[in-house]
Design a protein around this ligand. Structure first.
Ligand code: FUB
Length: 327
């Protein structure tokens, strides 16, 4: 199935897609989205409406080419540890193999992060028997640095269960910090060379303001909510994420892939729909933001569509804020 998208339009219209992780593999753009199901059940703050069951991989030869849907690359029925809700995935290439990383609820209803391996960027992918030991919460993003070290960033509040892990163990009734306390940070773990396990224990990332003070939990315009992404630009590490309740994609910059990161600003203003989730990729000399919104479904939060648009940097390395529907 092929669709010829323009920027800021759904890249495919035959299925609902969300949470796009874009990568350049074998000279093409590959997009790893969530596959939203077309149902009419009610929504809640726990995200039960996001009941995705499989992944499709999309690709484009270039940004003016048709988008190819390579079909189902992984279904939850083939993943022994998964009970439900295959949420935002990512992919990586290493050691001649392609890796699909994905969060899902395990048989105890706890979000974990799994990995599946294949020979082709479009899949199919063969899942590991169990989730990555020590993994928790949602929204994995794997970044491989120029020195070949690989890091997984992950975490998400509310339905993503990050609040429940503050003691290092899952506590079902745990609440987030007081608004005046530092916000919960996203999590990073260095990965083993085969990308199947964590080399070190996952640790919390610090995001600070321009004075070096931690961003507070009550600072909902700037605190991390979900959807981490890492990219490098001019030798600096750009850590970007969704602010959830205030619906923006924002970013913070640092000198180390594991942080700390200093908050810099907004990349994407709110889109139609509650969630916002993105990735950033350099392709053929330009930088692109892949994101999603609910325009095609007239605002149904769990029926989202992936779009993309070019991003521009200022001379000082800051990113120009995108208004998804113009001025
Ligand atoms: O797609 C389900 C969840 O919605 C993702 O994991 C979040 O990032 C949000 O986009």
């Amino acid at each position: 199935m092929a669709n010829n998208p323009k920027q800021n339009e759904p890249i495919v219209k035959h299925i609902y897609t969300a949470d796009p992780s874009a990568h350049v593999f074998e000279g093409k753009l590959y997009i790893y989205p969530s596959h939203d199901l077309d149902h009419d059940e009610p929504s809640n703050d726990n995200g039960d409406q996001y009941k995705m069951e499989d992944y499709h991989v999309l690709s484009m030869d270039d940004v003016n080419s048709p988008v190819v849907d390579h079909g189902e690359a992984l279904h939850m029925k083939d993943v022994p540890w998964v009970k439900k809700q295959m949420w935002a995935p990512d992919a990586a290439y290493k050691n001649g193999k392609y890796y699909l990383f994905f969060p899902a609820r395990d048989k105890d209803d706890i979000f974990r992060i799994g990995v599946a391996v294949g020979d082709n960027p479009a899949g199919p992918f063969t899942p590991e028997e169990n989730y990555i030991p020590g993994s928790f919460s949602i929204d994995p993003a794997v970044y491989i640095d120029e020195d070949d070290k690989a890091y997984m960033y992950f975490g998400g509040l509310w339905g993503g269960q990050l609040e429940k892990w503050q003691t290092g163990e899952f506590k079902d009734d745990a609440e987030g910090p007081d608004p005046s306390a530092p916000a919960l940070g996203p999590i990073v773990a260095e990965m083993s060379d085969d990308l199947l396990t964590f080399k070190s224990d996952p640790k919390e990332i610090s995001i600070v303001d321009e004075d070096g003070n931690p961003i507070l939990a009550g600072d909902e315009e700037r605190r991390f909510f979900e959807g981490p992404w890492m990219h490098k630009y001019n030798g600096k590490y750009y850590f970007s994420y969704s602010t959830g309740t205030t619906h923006s994609i924002v970013y913070a910059v640092g000198d180390d892939p594991q942080g700390p990161f200093t908050y810099k600003g907004k990349i994407l203003e709110p889109v139609i729909g509650w969630t916002t989730h993105h990735s950033i990729v350099e392709f053929q000399g330009k930088w692109y933001l892949f994101y999603h919104d609910c325009e095609m479904s007239d605002g149904v939060n769990h029926k989202r569509s992936v779009k993309f648009t070019e991003i521009k940097y200022n001379e000082d390395g800051t990113i120009q804020t995108i208004k998804p529907y113009g001025d």
